[in-house]
Design a protein around this ligand. Structure first.
Ligand code: AP5
Length: 226
């Protein structure tokens, strides 16, 4: 596996961000989380942020054409030449097709998709207790991953907040959106032979270990196939 073009797939709150941060340290590749990018744009009140805010607050997806452009630019950049980690993209079949087309132009393809599997009940438990740092989006949980000091980020000392879309009615809407629009991608990537399932209900450390083992196995399999 000369390069790693990796997609993290899974319902809201499955731990994509938690594992993405760890993985980034392991593989030293750029990490593009569309939710973080969009929340940054909302904070900075850019045109992208103004477009995205209403959709995000309702638990709907931002239109495909808006988000495809945002990711396309990054994938085409020099820093992503050896690969990337995508978190939260693609989220619809048209987004997956646009990603394939963009990578195809560059003679590349998605070569690993990790589906972090958790139940809807677990999603509700996790998102209800999530706290996110105001400055850099570092993620904690009041019960499962509490910060050393309540309300303060361990990493950069900024304030920990409840995300606007972590309210119970919006969580339910986001889950519904996931099942309708994003779950079909499981089949999409399974058919291409690049999808692996990760048991997301385990502890963050155990999930991380399973991801490491899975990626190591995929590298071996893909190297042997060359
Ligand atoms: P986004 O920010 O991507 O939200 P999401 O996919 O719903 O994912 P989350 O960030 O909520 O959860 P996560 O899986 O990263 O879990 P986390 O690690 O935080 O997107 C937000 C919005 O932006 C969308 O609704 C949409 O409007 C828009 N958008 C984004 N991308 C788009 C796209 N491609 N197209 C269109 N619109 C788009 O963990 C959750 C909690 O659980 C934390 O508190 C954590 O500490 C805890 N936790 C993590 N792992 C474990 C564990 N193993 N055990 C116990 N607790 C754990």
């Amino acid at each position: 596996m000369a390069e790693l073009n990796l997609v993290l797939l899974g319902p809201p709150g499955s731990g994509k961000g938690t594992q993405g941060e760890r993985l980034q340290e392991d593989v030293r590749l750029p990490y593009y989380a569309t939710g973080d990018i969009l929340r940054g744009a909302v904070r900075e009140e850019t045109e992208l942020g103004r477009t995205a805010k209403g959709y995000m607050d309702r638990g709907d997806l931002v239109p495909d054409e808006v988000i495809v452009g945002v990711i396309g630019e990054r994938i085409d950049s020099a820093e992503a030449r050896d690969g990337f980690i995508l978190d939260g993209f693609p989220r619809t079949t048209p987004q997956a097709e646009a990603l394939d087309a963009k990578l195809g132009e560059l003679g590349r393809a998605v070569n690993a998709v990790l589906l972090i599997d958790v139940s809807d009940d677990e999603v509700v438990r996790r998102l209800g207790g999530r706290r996110t740092c105001a400055a850099n989006g570092h993620v904690f949980h009041v019960e499962f991953n509490p910060p050393a000091q309540e309300g303060v980020c361990d990493i950069d000392g900024s304030e920990l907040l409840v995300r606007d879309d972590d309210k119970p009615d919006v969580i339910r809407k986001r889950l519904q959106t996931y099942h309708e629009k994003t779950e079909p991608l499981v089949r999409y990537y399974d058919d291409r032979g690049v999808l692996r399932r990760i048991a997301g209900q385990a502890t963050p450390d155990d999930v991380c270990e399973e991801i490491r083992r899975t990626l190591a196995t995929m590298r071996l399999e893909q190297d042997e196939a060359v």
